[in-house]
Write a protein that binds this ligand. Sequence first.
Ligand code: ARG
Ligand code: ZN
Length: 843
Amino acid sequence: QTIYLRDYAPPAFLIDDVQLTFKLAPSATRVLSRIHFRPNPDAKDSVFFLHGENLTLIRTAINGNTITPEVTDEGLTCTVPDGPFVFEAEVEIDPAANTSLDGLYMSNGMYCTQCEAEGFRKITYYPDRPDVMATFKVRIESELPVLLSNGNPVAQDDGWAEWSDPWPKPAYLFALVAGDLVNHPDSFTTMSGRDVALNIWVRPGDEGKCAFGMEALKKSMKWDEEVYGREYDLDLFNIVAVDDFNMGAMENKGLNIFNAAAVLASPETATDANFERIEAIIAHEYFHNWTGNRITCRDWFQLCLKEGLTVFRDQQFTGDMRGHAVKRIDDAIALRAHQFREDAGPLAHPVRPESFVEINNFYTMTVYEKGAEIIGMLRRLVGAGDYKKALDLYFARHDGDAATIEDWLAVFTDATGRDLTQFARWYSQAGTPKVTVRDEYSNGTYRLHLSQSTPPTPGQPHKEPLVIPIAVGLLDEGGTEVVKTTLLELTEAAETFTFDDLSGKPIASIQRDFSAPVILDYPQSNKDLAFLLAHDTDPFNKWDAGRRLAQDVLLRMVRDDAAPDAAYLDGLATVLRDDSYDPAFRACVLLLPSEEDTATALVDAGQTPDPMAIYHAHEALKLLLAQQLQDSLPRLYADMTVTGAYSPDAVATGKRSLGNAILSLMSKLDGGKQASAQYTDADNMTQQLAALAALLKIGKGQPELAAFETQWQNDRLVMDKWFGLQVSCAAPRLAATTAANLTAHPAFDLKNPNRFRAVFGALKSNTAGFHDPSGAGYDLLADWLIKLDPINPQTTARVSTSFDTWKRYDPDRQAKMRGALQRIAATPHLSRDTTEMVTRILG
Ligand code: ARG
Ligand code: ZN
């Protein structure tokens, strides 16, 4: 059954107040609800319907009188009195049997919840839609020592606890946790002087992994006060780490629940990348308190209202904490690799979709990351000052609302006077726009001819022009910036922008700071790209020039077996040896496009990618880089040594990042000598794991792999790395076998999404391995998706997107991938989640 945005209707009934009592028992939890309903004066119909799934109804009453409602698989209806009334229900649920990790479930003996998007209906009968907001009072009865819910604590004693959340919220923000937990406490004083108790709750044994997350939380609270003027609004902020979780984390009011991998970290067990991700996710969930919770979404089509804005805010935060240039580069790499891929394939959808079957399938790169890019473009177009004005108005006007994208845009129009009618197309039009650039110079005048087009996407054959902010700077031949960064607004299908009074033909630096999420078609010569790599003042475009050179080199190697361009090798060596650049930035410049990126570049050039040929080209280029840079590598590696105690700060992280990239090159020449030494000496996971990866990549490291397992067998999160690394570093021909063998390992656990993704996410990332011509990778993934689906539909559907590029490949691979997809689709009782996803992928 498909749900459409255009069918939105206001709820028939509103809720003033909810009281819930949970009598927890693993297989027979009783949930008692007492809900104050009143008719919604703005409603068009008056049907009383409550969502409910997998509930055993024990008793229902209205105004104290027992009733017998009509119950289906989807919910409950009954006749209700005129005016306000009290609805009560008692239901029984089975958290121990809930392997979907949606609703109330158990994870290693603790109870926890995940209600976004539509999990609350698996807990009790309720209008489970975000435009119904209510205050909640919750009583939990259980012998477990720690009993948590949203809001502020009211009272507790042996066997029970009561919580009250004064802020009206939709059901998707409800949370409950009960378990044998220990906490890492701290506190924060808000800008108006209120003391807030902070806790990170974990299973005993994980106490030592909370300190970093706590610091990140305090930094986030301070940053949101300073940058957005947003203060926290409860006496308490709880975070709980859970081992079994479908996503990264969840912003439940006052009780954020986190995938353990997204909050727990120690130097010995987490990599620099893990630390940075944890800081960003803690910030993201905290920022949702205002952008998501205080102002929520009217319906799930508006998901990008909270997610796009909150991602944009966490990106700003990370930039402020760690440096904007490298953050922008990281975000652009991810956007191009994953969101552009989504936009270019069968799963393309607008940032605000117009229909869905299962909303969980729309927590996508497009909604989140392209959604964030839209906010970034708005800010660029109106300027930082007007952006702030608009945000202040947004918070003032919509606090307490379930809002829409129209509300969001109206705030910008009202605050800045800008007409956003055309800009709004970014929300409704799917696909990545291509901006074509041609230029000409004569007599001191430089003309940039820009044109835009967006390819058709499923359901959207025709596209309209968008408002595209293109940041441009011009350099003269000597490398002097003759035109500083200027924002061009491309609004027509084609437009020409003119720059006068130049003394010679400039070299253009276009789409600075990645000013719009578009594909640039601007055939600059390798000479010009090398010039920009050396001289551009915009760090993003400086990096991107190197990236474009590398991509060109790789394309030629794959297509024509050509030797790498000297311009690239020289430019790279120059940047790498230049100590005036951050190590983190230099590491970005050294990083090659992924094999998947090269496949995309080939597709864009009208060719069918051969993953094996791409693999060989990438390996050959890495070897060549190692040889070319041979003389500098030991010095650079030594320079990147970080002394003193491990710290995951940006400077130390940057040094390790470059050092480990160098190590990987060195290992291609020294047989793994340096990597073995680093493995032995490492006192932190970043160094240990990078050394192990370097060894595995050259076909060595088996003793280290075994030692690693012995050392870390009792640490789930580290073991996820052990599982994943073997598959991602396997030679293509061995990737599927390696993954298959790991699924037979006693520690492989189908019920744990982190473990499943460790193996199968790694298989997908091993591009040549996944696409091995035998089809073994496709078959293995299909087998395991079919096994996982009845256990966990959400994760199955998500991982099934690994097949979304099937139409790119040769007829043989296409047939094999299609066959795998059809086999999944034909599985009896396949979940709604996976059915929708696989059907869309098949197209
Ligand atoms: N709102 C959460 C976040 O962005 C994501 C939760 C999504 N969960 C889901 N089952 N779709 O941080
Ligand atoms: Zn979010």
